[in-house]
Ligand binder design. Structure first.
Ligand SMILES: C[S@@+](CC[C@H](N)C(=O)[O-])C[C@H]1O[C@@H](n2cnc3c(N)ncnc32)[C@H](O)[C@@H]1O
Length: 271
C-alpha cells in the first residue's frame, strides 16, 4: 500500500472522479471544483440526481445491518467503497458485531488519503484498505491484506454497491462478478446496486452523457440485465432485486418515486 504522500501526488483534482462526484451528491465534503462542476452538470439535466445516491447509501447501511444482525456475517469485502462518510460498512457492522472484519477496495487515490477513517476498527475486529481496481478481481483476491484480514474458509459478504455501472460491457463485468463470487465460500453473500435507465430514460441518458463528457464512462442497465449480471445462480434474499428505496425500508413513510431513485439493488446468498 502506497503512503498517503504518494497517493496525494497521484490525485488529479483538475478532473472529476466518480467517488468525489458521489460524495458531493450525498452531501459529503471531499470534492473539488471539477467534481462539483460535473455534479452540477448532471443536476442540470436530472435535477433529482442526488436522491438516488442518498437512497443507495441508505440501502447499503440496511443491507450490512441485515447481514450482520440477521445473517450472522462477520466478514466483508467492499469494492468501490467511496470516501468515508456516514454509515461506513465497518461502523454499521462493528456497531452490531465488534469482531467484524472489513477489507475496503477503491481505485480513487483520494480514498487512500482518507483511509485512516476507514481503518479505525473496533479493537475486536480488523479493517484494511486496498487501492485496486474492480476490473482486476484476481489482484483484489490475492492481495496480502485481503488474505490476512479475511478468512476464506468462512462466509464473506462481497459488496459492489454503486460501482458495477462504471464497468462497461467491453470490460466484461459478468466475468469480474463471477471471478469474485466463485472465490467466496459457501454461505457467503453478495450485495449489489446499480443505476437503471428504466424509470427516467431521457434524464438518465442525459446524465450519462454529462458523466461521459467529464471523462467518467457510466453504463446504466435495466433491472433484469443487472439482476442477471450480479445475481445469476444465487439465492436472492427477499424482497429480491428492487429499487434501493424499497429494499427492507426501515419506515413506512413516503419514499421517493422510481424516477427519482433510478437505482436497483439486492442481496443474495451463495450456494
Ligand atoms: C457511487 S460510489 C459508491 C460508494 C459506496 N459503495 C456506496 O454505495 O455508497 C462508487 C465508488 O466506486 C469507485 N470505483 C469506480 N470505479 C471503480 C473501479 N473500477 N474499481 C474500484 N473502485 C471503483 C469510485 O471511486 C467510488 O468510490
Amino acid at each position: 500500500m502506497a503512503g498517503s504522500r504518494d497517493a496525494a501526488r497521484e490525485i488529479d483534482t483538475s478532473r472529476p472522479h466518480s467517488a468525489r462526484v458521489y460524495d458531493y451528491f450525498i452531501g459529503g465534503k471531499n470534492h473539488f471544483e471539477a467534481d462539483r462542476e460535473a455534479a452540477r452538470d448532471v443536476l442540470a439535466v436530472l435535477p433529482t440526481g442526488n436522491i438516488g445516491p442518498r437512497e443507495n447509501r441508505a440501502f447499503l447501511g440496511r443491507a450490512v445491518r441485515y447481514l450482520t444482525a440477521e445473517a450472522g456475517i462477520r466478514q466483508f469485502l467492499d469494492i468501490g467503497t467511496g470516501l468515508p462518510t456516514t454509515n461506513n460498512v465497518h461502523e454499521v457492522a462493528q456497531g452490531i458485531a465488534p469482531s467484524s472484519r472489513i477489507v475496503y477496495v477503491d481505485n480513487d487515490p483520494l480514498v487512500l488519503v482518507h483511509a485512516r477513517a476507514l481503518l479505525t476498527s473496533a479493537p475486536e475486529g480488523r479493517t484494511a484498505y486496498i487501492e485496486e481496481d474492480l476490473r482486476n478481481p484476481e489482484a483484489i483476491l490475492s492481495h496480502p491484506a485481503t488474505r490476512e484480514v479475511l478468512d476464506f474458509t468462512r462466509p464473506v459478504a462481497l459488496i459492489v454497491a454503486g460501482v458495477l455501472h462504471f464497468v462497461v460491457d467491453a470490460e466484461e463485468p459478468a466475468r469480474i462478478v463471477a471471478t469474485l463470487v466463485d472465490a467466496l465460500p459457501p454461505g457467503s453473500y453478495l450485495v449489489a446496486s446499480h443505476i437503471t435507465p428504466e424509470h427516467s430514460p431521457k434524464g438518465t441518458a442525459a446524465a450519462q452523457k454529462s458523466f461521459r463528457n467529464a471523462g467518467i464512462p457510466v453504463q446504466p442497465r435495466e433491472s433484469d440485465e443487472f439482476a442477471r449480471l450480479a445475481f445469476s445462480g444465487l439465492d436472492l434474499v427477499p424482497p429480491g432485486v428492487v429499487l434501493v428505496s424499497e429494499w427492507r425500508p426501515g419506515h413506512a413513510g413516503p419514499r421517493p418515486t422510481p424516477a427519482e431513485v433510478g437505482c436497483y439493488g439486492g442481496v443474495a446468498r451463495t450456494a
